[in-house]
Design a protein around this ligand. Structure first.
Ligand code: NAD
Length: 480
């Protein structure tokens, strides 16, 4: 049995398998109620220096630990999280706001991800072998990695960096978002009892902590998930020390609904994949292109489904799909988008509104009826429960419109004609393209963005190799 963590106290950062208290502390708030959550550490540059020094020392031995032993510890970590998951799921609802069912899904996925990474060995590859020489490509770990995590999926995205870094022999420091530090600190606390000192550390802090890490000369790689604007700052900062970077950034995913799409499947799936987590997922449906011959029928059906099935409320209430926006900044951003839609006079098929009778950051879903292609609601990522429906008639034209933005994270095509859908899918500029679905992810499948949606991939063997250097060994069999 793994020891149970106490989700009401956060004694310090997780440094070298100990709690490291900081001079000052801060707290986040529950976005459903506005209530203060417990105090957490605020790291300084000195705290970063100490953690990095421990990570560098730990790397010397951890990088030599055989794969089988690293996998065993990763599995033990997954098991210990599972034994604590019930209370951690509640903590995730309290800090992030998402419905409990979604918090459970995030833990299901995080645990499954770790268990899969524990089976994924990056093996040497023989590139050439003849009587004179053998050339082998090997994949040594990079060193000390840092995972910078956003506030929308703190557990899955945290574990989705910890697993690949550790299984490939790196050490890692996790920096959660100041809005959602709690579960990530608890994951580090669980790891304290499992991994050797300095292998997994967690530093919490304010807005200045990210730059301290990206600038630090003792860190070899940053794996960053967040907005495209911040991603550019991260890359700029990392260039000074030539750190490796993986950037998982914003999205504005199109879903293309063809005239023969199956309504009974498409309508509920598209609505769910648009409003899940209050629209605060990088890879949700954010623009819905509907063939003009079915547009009116589709619009009416998705409005009806959203009105009757998509319930907004506190994450602990039964049947809620849309929780609050996670923080006041995001709440104001979405309210500003709603104000722009009203101001421009776009038609609303479903008009959402801020729930002013609550202290939480709740906004109910909106569906905008065929706004102009250059409107803010089409070209910007709202990261809230609002989608535009747009009409199309010509296949080449809709693909061009789907590809026209700077973002290229995900995209989907919905049709019974799988050959046609496949042909269209191959024209879409996005890191993940789904046919008759959206937002499927798996630990063994690379995940990343085209254009401003990112650089490199996470997950899959491609993602794991992103935590490795490439070293080609040329071995001459005879000394000439
Ligand atoms: P954000 O960019 O504001 O913050 C992300 C993280 O970066 C946080 O931990 C933050 O503290 C840190 N940070 C902020 N400024 C920094 C700096 N100058 N240097 C280093 N770190 C810094 O993003 P967010 O608001 O937390 O998340 C929402 C955005 O993330 C959306 O655009 C969404 O699409 C994107 N996102 C992308 C993915 C993906 O996998 N592609 C997944 C989730 C979210």
């Amino acid at each position: 049995m793994a020891p149970q963590v106490d989700i009401t106290v956060f004694p310090g950062n997780i440094v070298n398998n100990e709690f490291a208290a900081t001079t000052t502390t801060r707290h986040a708030i529950n976005p459903s109620t506005g209530e203060a959550l417990p105090e957490v550490p605020v790291s300084t540059k000195d705290d970063v220096d100490v953690a990095v020094a421990h990570a560098r020392t730990a790397f010397k031995t951890w990088s030599k630990v055989p794969f089988a032993e690293r996998a065993r510890l990763l599995l033990a970590f997954a098991n210990a999280i599972e034994e604590n998951r019930e209370q951690l799921e509640r903590l995730l609802v309290l800090e992030q706001g998402k419905p409990l069912g979604l918090a459970k899904m995030e833990f299901d996925m995080g645990i499954q991800w770790l268990r899969t990474f524990a089976t994924m060995e990056v093996k040497d590859e023989v590139l050439d072998d003849n009587e004179d020489r053998i050339i082998t490509q090997t994949f040594p770990p990079l060193g000390v990695c840092c995972g910078i995590v956003p506030w929308n999926w703190p557990v899955l995205l945290g574990l989705g960096k910890i697993g690949p870094a550790l299984i490939t022999g790196n050490t890692i420091i996790i920096k959660p978002s100041p809005f959602t530090p709690y579960c990530d600190l608890k994951l580090g606390e669980i790891g304290m009892k499992i991994f050797p000192e300095g292998v997994l550390q967690v530093l919490s802090g304010g807005d200045d902590l990210g730059p301290m890490l990206t600038e630090h000369p003792g860190i070899d790689k940053i794996s960053f998930t967040g907005s495209s604007d911040t991603g550019k700052l991260v890359m700029q900062s990392c260039s000074k020390t030539l750190k490796r970077v993986t950037l998982e950034l914003g999205g504005n995913d199109p879903a293309i609904i063809c005239e023969d799409a199956d309504f009974s499947v498409t309508v509920p799936k598209v609505a769910t994949m648009a409003f899940l987590n209050s629209g605060q997922i990088c890879m949700l449906v954010k623009r819905v292109y509907v063939h003009e011959s079915i547009y009116d029928k589709f619009r009416d059906a998705i409005v009806e489904f959203t009105k009757t099935v998509v319930k907004t409320g506190d994450g602990f209430e039964d049947g809620v799909l849309v929780g609050p926006l996670q923080n006041s900044m995001q709440y104001e951003k979405v309210k500003d988008m709603y104000a722009d839609i009203k101001h421009q006079g776009y038609k609303m098929a479903l008009e959402g509104h801020a729930m002013t009778n609550s202290k939480g950051f709740f906004i109910t879903p909106s569906i905008i009826d065929n706004p102009p292609e250059d409107s803010r609601i089409v070209v910007e990522e709202p990261f809230g429960p609002v989608i535009p429906l747009l009409k199309w008639s010509d296949e080449d034209d809709v693909i061009e419109r789907a590809n026209s933005l700077k973002m290229g994270l995900g995209a989907s095509v919905w049709s019974k004609d799988l050959d046609r859908a496949d042909r269209m899918a191959r024209e879409l500029s996005a890191g993940s393209v789904w046919i008759n679905s959206h937002f499927d992810v798996a630990p063994n499948v690379p995940f990343g963005g085209h254009k401003w949606s990112g650089i490199g991939s996470e997950w899959g063997m491609t993602g794991l190799k992103g935590y490795c250097n490439s070293r080609s060994i040329w071995k001459w069999k005879k000394v000439m």
